[in-house]
Design a protein around this ligand. Sequence first.
Ligand code: TYD
Length: 134
Amino acid sequence: MSLVDLVDLQVLGDNRGQLVVLEAQKNVPFDIKRVYFLMGTQPGVSRGFHAHRTLKQAAICVSGQCLMLMNDGVNREQVILNSSSKAILIDSMIWHEMHDFSPDCVLLVLASDFYDEQDYIRDYSKFLELVNNA
Ligand code: TYD
């Protein structure tokens, strides 16, 4: 199975413009407890470099583009996020990195739980150890 799981979001709209809906347990496969977004990322800055023990997330690049790298400890895949009508699902225990943000990139992220630093695995060797002992 591909590490890159993109959900096509239906674009509703009329002559006034477009509208995209994200709904828990419908086109987003979890209950949404938190929403955050990354914007104004400075040139050359990469973000992420962690996995989550239990958190599930969905990310939508609502403006501009960035490169998402996903790694389950065995396989790596990358995808350019440049569509506001696609959500990438980031499961728990997936090491992810975001690179090559365009200056206008706004990355909207929906998360299945509140912020909890204890849920982060920020050390890559610790991540591999947990994957290999699973
Ligand atoms: P972090 O998740 O480390 O960002 P990234 O992995 O994209 O580089 O978050 C950056 C900082 O923001 C960190 O100090 C934790 C804080 N933060 C919150 O307080 N709440 C949140 O919901 C998130 C996502 C981050």
